[in-house]
Design a protein around this ligand. Structure first.
Ligand code: AHR
Length: 490
């Protein structure tokens, strides 16, 4: 038996819709095939963007999309990706499979994709191998309205008006693939590059500094100390890997033990956010600088027979729970976490969609984003959960995990997940200031390894939730094993 008490009188931070963001890199089949098929493709597209995927992402109200990497970002030279496509330079994607990158998807295409998706673009600049001038020019090319070499070049390439661009990151993983820098060195480099990332006209750039790798607290401390006042956001990257980096484990063939280990490792995100926030609080008590978790998600061994450099993996109910746990955690810390971007949108790591030629499959993770979308821009409210624990010796986790928000109409949105592989749980819900008289919900449930395939695309999908009854004041409900529930109550 578990119990959830909600106190809507204690309205906390706003849950920025950007917490529900995504990430797309020139990696494997994410951009090419997954999002962009080109104007001449037989796959239905508008200006080259595949419409099944665009429609699916619009349906989950994708708020922001990060591009072009990842590690790719610090090797990307944006001028190679503008102008007539037949004249664009070809390059080797050294990080990801050594394949030819023909640069047919560049700045104009990315901005067009964001237009079709109705989302904010988030561009990651190249600090690792690019120059200050190159970064400065990119921002001028995109955002400057007046007469200038870069704005004129943009016009010659067919785009008259400047674009609106808010989010811009200055380097990616500069402690690793982005140049193997020490924190002190990067902090100084950040200050230098950030100086030339200008605000033109009314466009205001939110500058994101490269933040720590998982639990590297020294990186956060050093960055905040040396460069805190020059940044708007600090990124954090952390992946959930059930095994180790050499043998990560299969996406679909795993035991109950692997399942609980994965749950436990997902919950580690809570500690990471708390500990990095504590350090940030020392330098930024007003919480002006946002924590931007711009890479998160599961990372398994690639699907057998696929290119190891393409990071293609399936996605099961286990991934759905990983997503639900992370989104609950980000909601709970929305006073500091301003954005998060799941890695990666299509065909790479914990994707929301998988594609094969003209076919598309929505993954269990996709459905979690669909269930959670009512939290976007709502306010986190106080909630207290009493729950037992489940799991195995080395991986004991709470039976239930939750977050609760209230929207501007006063409706309360509750998201709950049951982390047990095999036992349901009875749960009562009470709201301090009201009697619950209306409730509506959808639930996603299945066995831990259940997933969708191109031949069976609807094996895992949300259904209406009926297993509740009003008890005079609140609600009594039964949460099935391995499930994610989104419930709206009045
Ligand atoms: O998402 C895949 C890779 O993971 C990214 O390119 C990099 O930033 C991270 O190490």
């Amino acid at each position: 038996m578990a119990n959830l008490k909600i106190n809507p009188g204690n309205k906390k931070s706003k849950i920025n819709r950007e917490i529900y963001g995504h990430f797309s890199e020139h990696l494997g089949r994410c951009i090419y095939e997954g999002l962009y098929v080109g104007e001449h493709s037989p796959i239905p597209n508008v200006n080259g963007m595949r419409q099944d995927v665009v429609e699916a992402l619009r349906n989950i109200r994708i708020p922001v999309l990060r591009w072009p990497g990842g590690c790719f970002a610090d090797e990307y030279h944006w001028e190679d990706g503008i102008g007539p496509k037949e004249k664009r330079k070809k390059m080797i994607n050294t990080h990801w499979g050594g394949v030819i990158e023909d640069n047919s998807f560049g700045t104009h295409e990315f901005m067009e994709l964001c237009r079709q998706l109705g989302c904010e673009p988030y561009i990651n600049g190249n600090l690792g191998s690019g120059t200050v001038q190159e970064m400065q020019n990119w921002v001028e090319y995109i955002t400057f309205e007046g007469i200038s070499p870069m704005a004129d070049l943009r016009r010659r390439n067919g785009r008259e008006e400047a674009w609106h661009l808010k989010y811009f990151a200055i380097g990616n993983e500069n402690w690793g693939c982005g140049g193997n820098m020490r924190a002190e060195f990067y902090a100084d480099q950040f200050r230098r590059y950030a100086t030339y990332v200008r605000n033109y006209g009314s466009n205001r750039i939110y500058k994101v500094a490269c933040g720590p790798n998982s639990g590297d607290y020294n990186w956060t401390e050093t960055l905040m100390k040396i460069a805190g006042k020059y940044m708007d956001g600090l990124s954090l990257h952390h992946y959930t890997v059930p095994g180790d980096w050499e043998y990560k484990g299969s996406a679909t063939q795993f035991t109950e033990r692997d399942f609980y280990i994965t749950m436990k490792k997902s919950l580690y995100m809570d500690e990471l956010v708390r500990e990095h926030s504590k350090i940030m609080d020392q330098y930024d008590p007003e919480r002006r600088v946002g924590l931007v978790v711009d890479e998160w998600g599961t990372w398994y061994d690639v699907e057998p027979g696929t290119n190891p450099g393409f990071l293609y993996q399936q996605n099961t109910m286990r991934d759905a729970l990983v997503a639900a746990i992370h989104l609950n955690i980000f909601n709970q810390h929305s006073g500091r976490v301003v954005m998060a971007n799941l890695a990666q949108t299509a065909n790479v790591l914990q994707s929301v969609v998988l594609t094969e030629g003209p076919r598309m499959v929505l993954t269990p993770t996709y459905h979690v984003f669909d269930l959670y979308k009512e939290h976007q821009d709502a306010f986190l409210v106080e909630s207290t959960l009493r729950t037992a624990v489940v799991g195995i010796d080395e991986a004991i986790v709470p039976h239930v995990h939750q977050s609760v928000s209230m929207d501007e109409k006063g409706r309360i949105h509750i998201t709950l997940c049951n982390l047990s592989a095999d036992s349901g749980v009875n749960l009562s819900v009470e709201v301090d200031d009201r009697r619950i008289t209306r409730a509506e919900g959808r639930v996603l449930t299945g066995a831990i390894q259940d997933h969708n395939t191109f031949d069976e695309p609807d094996r895992v999908k949300p259904v209406a939730f009926k297993d509740f009854k009003f008890n005079g004041k609140g609600l009594d409900l039964v949460l099935p094993p391995t499930s994610v529930l989104a419930l709206t109550v009045d």
